[in-house]
Design a protein around this ligand. Structure first.
Ligand code: FES
Ligand SMILES: [Fe+2]
Length: 361
C-alpha cells in the first residue's frame, strides 16, 4: 500500500551519517554553484584569492582582460600547490621548480624546458573551473557541464539588483563566523522556515519584519523569502536609504549553501554555510557597505543580528542535532499549509526533496 499520509521530515540518517556527508562532498559540493569570494578582494589585475571546496584547493585571479578566472591550485608539472592565501602577482610562479603561468593559466616558461624533446608549452595550462560573477560575488562550479546561475536561480539577479541598486559600490565591512554543532542541513532548514520565528525571534519578529506577511517560495533552486517590514516607528534602526524597496525584507537562498539577505533600508548581508563534517558547520555572515567603509547602521545591525537571531538559532539547531541522534526520534509530518504563509513548512518540502536528490545515486 502506498503511504498516502502527510509528507514526513527526512530520516535522521541524512543529518548524522558520515557516509551521507561523504556523498554530499563528492557529489553535491562539486556540482552546485558555490561562493568563492567577493569581487572586491580581486579589484586589480593579478589579485588572487585561495579557498577550499569539496576537498580541493582553488584560487580565483583577475586577468589582464579584467576577467576573474578560477583554477585548481595545482601545478601541471609535478603537482605542487601554486599559491596560498591572497595577494597579487604578475604571473603565477610555482614554488617547487619555478614554472610560471600567465593569469589565463597558460604556461609561460619553465627553467630548461627547452631541453625537453617534443615539448609544446602551448599544450600546458592550469585546469580551469567554471566561474561567474553574480552582482559582485564570485561563484564557482566544479562541474564543467553546469548550467549558468541564471538557469539555476531564475530572476534572482534582477530581483536582487532592484533591492541593492548600489551593489557595484559595496565591499565587505564585517565577517561574523558562527560555528554550530549541527549538520549543515539542520542549519539551512532552520534558515528556510519562519514557523519558529514568532516563538524564538522576538527582535526579528517585532523589530525587523511583519510575520503575517512572511512567505517563502521556490524559484528554480532558489528559495525566495519575502515580507513587509514592521511599522516604521517600531523599526530598530533608520531605513531611509533613498532607494526603492527600502521598506521590505527579502532573501534569496541559493541551494545548497548560500543566501543573499536584504534587511529593510536595502542592507545587504549574506550567509555562507561551510560544512565541516556531518556534525559541524560554520556559518559565515557577511555585512557590506559602500567601499567597505565604516557604517554605523550596518555595524549596529550586524551586532543586533549576532546577539539575537543568530544566538537564538544556535540553541535551536544544536538541540535538533542532539535529537536527531536519539533512538526515540521518529520523523514527524511537515506542516504544509496549501495557503503557504509564515506558519507553513512548504519550503522545507522543497529543500528536503533537493537534499534527497543530492545523495540519491
Ligand atoms: S611542480 Fe611546479 S614547477 Fe615543478
Ligand atoms: Fe531562526
Amino acid at each position: 500500500m502506498p503511504d498516502t499520509g502527510p509528507v514526513r521530515s527526512l530520516d535522521a540518517k541524512y543529518y548524522i551519517d558520515p557516509k551521507i556527508y561523504e556523498l554530499e562532498k563528492a557529489g553535491l559540493l562539486a556540482q552546485t554553484w558555490q561562493f568563492a569570494c567577493h569581487a572586491s578582494e580581486l579589484r586589480n589585475v593579478g589579485d588572487y584569492y585561495t579557498f577550499d571546496l569539496a576537498g580541493e584547493s582553488l584560487f580565483s585571479i583577475r586577468g589582464r582582460d579584467g576577467v576573474i578566472r578560477t583554477f585548481y591550485n595545482v601545478c601541471q608539472h609535478r603537482a605542487h600547490q601554486l599559491v596560498e592565501g591572497q595577494g597579487t602577482t604578475r604571473v603565477v610562479v610555482c614554488p617547487y621548480h619555478a614554472w610560471t603561468y600567465e593569469l589565463t593559466g597558460h604556461l609561460r616558461a619553465g627553467p630548461n624546458t627547452n631541453a625537453i624533446e617534443g615539448f609544446d608549452k602551448s599544450k600546458i595550462c592550469l585546469t580551469e573551473v567554471r566561474t561567474e560573477e553574480f552582482l559582485g560575488f564570485v561563484f564557482v562550479n566544479l562541474d564543467t557541464e553546469a548550467k549558468p546561475m541564471d538557469d539555476w536561480f531564475p530572476n534572482v539577479r534582477s530581483e536582487l539588483e532592484s533591492f541593492v541598486p548600489n551593489w557595484a559600490d559595496l565591499a565587505p565591512l564585517e565577517w561574523v563566523e558562527i560555528p554550530e554543532n549541527c549538520n549543515w542541513k539542520v542549519s539551512v532548514e532552520n534558515y528556510s522556515e519562519c514557523y519558529h520565528c514568532q516563538l524564538n525571534h522576538p527582535t526579528f519578529s517585532t523589530g525587523v519584519i511583519k510575520p503575517e506577511t512572511y512567505d517563502i517560495q521556490p524559484q528554480g533552486y532558489c528559495l525566495r523569502h519575502t515580507t513587509e517590514s514592521n511599522a516604521l516607528d517600531q523599526m530598530s534602526y533608520d531605513i531611509n536609504s533613498g532607494f526603492d524597496n527600502n521598506e521590505k525584507y527579502s532573501s534569496w537562498f541559493l541551494w545548497p549553501m548560500f543566501s543573499f539577505q536584504v534587511y529593510p533600508g536595502n542592507l545587504l548581508n549574506t550567509y555562507h554555510w561551510r560544512a565541516v563534517d556531518a556534525d559541524h558547520v560554520v556559518v559565515w555572515r557577511g555585512w557590506y557597505s559602500v567601499g567597505g567603509n565604516d557604517n554605523e547602521t550596518v555595524r549596529k545591525m550586524a551586532l543586533q543580528d549576532r546577539a539575537t537571531t543568530v544566538e537564538e538559532d544556535i540553541r535551536l539547531v544544536e538541540s535538533v542535532q542532539k535529537g536527531l541522534k536519539s533512538r526515540g526520534y521518529v520523523p514527524g509530518p511537515l506542516v504544509v499549509d496549501p495557503k503557504c504563509g509564515v506558519n507553513s513548512e512548504h519550503s522545507i518540502l522543497h529543500l528536503q526533496r533537493w537534499m534527497r536528490e543530492a545523495v540519491a545515486n
